[in-house]
Ligand binder design. Sequence first.
Ligand code: BES
Ligand code: MN
Ligand code: ZN
Length: 510
Amino acid sequence: MEFSIKSGSPEKQRSACVVVGVFEPRRLSPAAEALDKASDGFLSTVLRRGDMEGKLGKTLLIHNPQGAMADRVLLVGCGRERDISDQQYREIIGSAVTRLDETGTMEATCYLTEINVKGRDLHWKVRQTVECSREILYRADTLKTKKDDIRRPLRKLILTVPRRSDLGNGELAMREGEAIAEGVSLAKDLGNLPGNICTPAYLAKQAVSQGKKYNKLKVEILQQAQLEKLGMGSFLSVAKGSREAPHLIIAEYKGGTSKQKPVVLVGKGITFDAGGISIKPSAAMDEMKYDMCGAATVLGALTACCELELPINLVAVIPTCENLPDGAANKPGDIVTSMSGKTIEVLNTDAEGRLILCDALTYIERFSPDAVIDVATLTGACVIALGRHASGVLGNHPPLVHDLLNAGKSSGDRAWELPLWDEYQDQLKSNFADIPNIGGREGGTITAACFLSRFTKKYHWAHMDIAGTAWISGEKKGATGRPVPLLTQYLIDRCESKDKTRGKSAKSKK
Ligand code: BES
Ligand code: MN
Ligand code: ZN
């Protein structure tokens, strides 16, 4: 799918299809109005005959519109004009792209960017249009031998901006949207692959191939023997129950100066979580192939960052292995020694995510990070607490948490903070080791974060629990690619605030 940015009047577009909005009740958007004028009121006639009310999500395709140079006009219902929300805008784009893909148009010129969305600017609308279109056209059919291919699919979408002076802004927004969509699509592909294909070795191979693709990216894979040398007893204890070897993926992107401290992203890469000896019930256990979505989204955000060539340093670290029951697997009550030296009592082998993350979080101290964000499908409790609409965020540095929440709001990939208060730390007590790996039924997402917080004292850190947001269950089962948009937005915002401070200091020198 290809995008481009253009300005100009709708009636003059030589396009297979011009896409314009209609509001309820039967009101033309400015672009539709312009087409109507050029066609001596043809569109108003169509509306008057009652073929389209303008209801959100409805579409009407008109062939050979009079007075226009395009082959078709697609009218897209936008609902009531006032107070169109983010979600409504996404639905409008979604219905337009779905319809375009089903009709014979392989290329279209879209004027929906002119619609007012509450609190959003042109940049946001262009970016969302790109992200939404890619979302609609995404298919998880790589493993189907017969694909339900559309004969003439939508290949090119031209997005219009009101003035020539908006072209630069529009193009930047388009590039951001494409980079994010690329990252989202990688994360979805990896997430949707089954556990027998997307193994720890497969994830490592994907990271290595990303490293070959981008100049500024260097990828290193640590194997079992090296992990043993590092003393990653906690991570390795989880991997012991599986025939697949564990890997630690380290990807370093250098887009900033050598002095600039990096942002470090850590992703949970359990390629299948059967629970280990504390085995999970069988219902919907297939969905535990998604337990590597933290890893997938970290790779996705890294890809977006590489595509945009952001002027920052970014490190992605991914511990990856399987969690299976086996004669060699962790047993409840086992005590393991983490890389930090802390001993951990494994009271539940199904709380394995924190066991692999804690060693990765110790390992990354060597990068002297400016900020660390770990991303993990860590607790079922998070799905109970927040449902499927918000990722959970907890951290030891309020400004970092704040920046992540903001990035969520502006990207439309939202997160919500849960408290990481000291009182919760008391739930983590072991009679035999320094710390147990579970903290009881209450506040399960928080005590999981408390566990991680014991290993993140040396830097600014935030944890994202994406158990509820990383994939959708049921009929539309599939990975979402979340929180790639949030993470990428956070990285973009960091560059922009750096730019501003640079600007300021330059000024103050004068
Ligand atoms: N990967 C799961 C968390 C999970 C469960 C995510 C269901 C999405 C849906 C994690 O490894 C796990 O099993 N967590 C346990 C922790 C418990 C044993 C303290 C859980 O949430 O039940
Ligand atoms: Mn588990
Ligand atoms: Zn898990």
